[in-house]
Design a binder for this molecule. Structure first.
Ligand code: MG
Length: 324
């Protein structure tokens, strides 16, 4: 199959469409209209087989994750997603794989009202690069750099599930209960980009980041960009019942929650005066959020406490996922 038939068959006739796309897939470049008075947010992420997903991962899980990680980055900036471009490197044209991949892609783009506006395919090692774009009004952009001492530190959802799921898939963790195993591996394969939480935090949060590399490492990004410190209450970290019940020593569960990557929850800071309105807004959308600590003036320092006593992990070097 040539590249043109591949793009047409799987990605053109199978695409969600938006009114602000004048020309999508099929010409030399896409032409889109940026909503008036809005800024355009752009992010790119690559998923490489053997690095970001295990060999043998289903095409559905790969498509989901490729989109989710990008939309999660937009959410962390307070942006509402609009368009994606896809660059796909495939070892061979496999119709069954492409059918499953493109169907999942279509389902997700429809769910988030995002249009695929361009792409490229090459022959090579299995790898998926997605560029996602979205809109954010001026004055509403969320960044890592405006946390202030006294702000409360919050996270969405639960932490550590994706890392536990990966450990299960790699046989580094054993859990008897099948339902718990399925839940955790699903959290690894199908993370939820917190798009609605991100837009809800506009003008409320002073800083925001999505947790891709692990809570401690991503909190360090906020701490260093904002030139502040943080006090983290480990006993407050939200742990799912599946993780808490089946990883029975507390330190192992906390380690997964603090240093495991790939949760794609939002980590954000909120000043006292916005705390109640944030919690009310999040609960009206059924988005669970948990306060896990407070921003301090101790520049660059993250203090860990467990039940109000100082705590450090046995291996402090394992702060999170290192890319290089
Ligand atoms: Mg990010």
């Amino acid at each position: 199959m040539n590249e043109f038939r591949l793009i047409r068959d799987y990605f053109t006739e199978n695409s969600f469409s938006r009114k602000d796309v004048l020309i999508g897939v099929g010409d030399d470049a896409a032409i889109t209209q940026v909503a008036q008075g809005q800024y355009l947010a752009t992010t790119t992420d690559t998923l490489l087989e053997g690095v970001h997903f295990l060999k043998g991962t289903s095409p559905e899980a790969i498509a989901h994750k490729a989109i989710a990680v990008n939309l999660s980055d937009l959410a962390a900036m307070g942006a509402e997603p609009s368009w994606i471009s896809l660059s796909l490197s495939l070892p061979a044209v496999d119709d069954e794989w492409l059918g499953a991949f493109s169907n999942k892609l279509k389902a997700l783009t429809e769910y988030f009202s995002v249009q695929l506006i361009g792409g490229d395919t090459v022959k090579g090692q299995l790898s998926i690069t997605i560029t996602a774009q979205g809109f954010v009004p001026p004055e509403s952009i969320l960044t890592r750099s405006h946390a202030k001492p006294g702000d409360w530190i919050f996270v969405t959802g639960t932490l550590g599930d994706a890392a536990a799921g990966l450990a299960l898939l790699k046989n580094e963790l054993m859990i008897e209960d099948k339902a718990a195993r399925d839940y955790l591996t699903d959290r690894h394969h199908y993370p939820t980009p917190r798009v609605l939480a991100g837009t809800t935090l506009r003008r409320i949060a002073t800083s925001c980041i999505d947790i891709s590399d692990g809570l401690l490492q991503d909190l360090e990004h906020i701490v260093s960009a904002s030139e502040v410190g943080a006090l983290l209450h480990l006993d407050k970290i939200p742990i799912s019942k599946e993780l808490g019940t089946h990883v029975n020593d507390l330190e192992s569960a906390l380690k997964l929650a603090c240093t495991g990557g790939d949760d794609y929850e939002l980590l954000f800071t909120v000043p006292e005066e916005h705390r109640v309105s944030m919690e009310t807004a999040m609960s009206s959308y059924n988005l669970p959020v948990t306060c896990i600590g407070q921003v301090t003036g101790a520049q660059g320092k993250i203090d860990l406490r467990l039940n109000d006593s100082p705590f450090s992990f046995v291996s402090v070097s394992e702060k999170g996922y290192q890319h290089f």
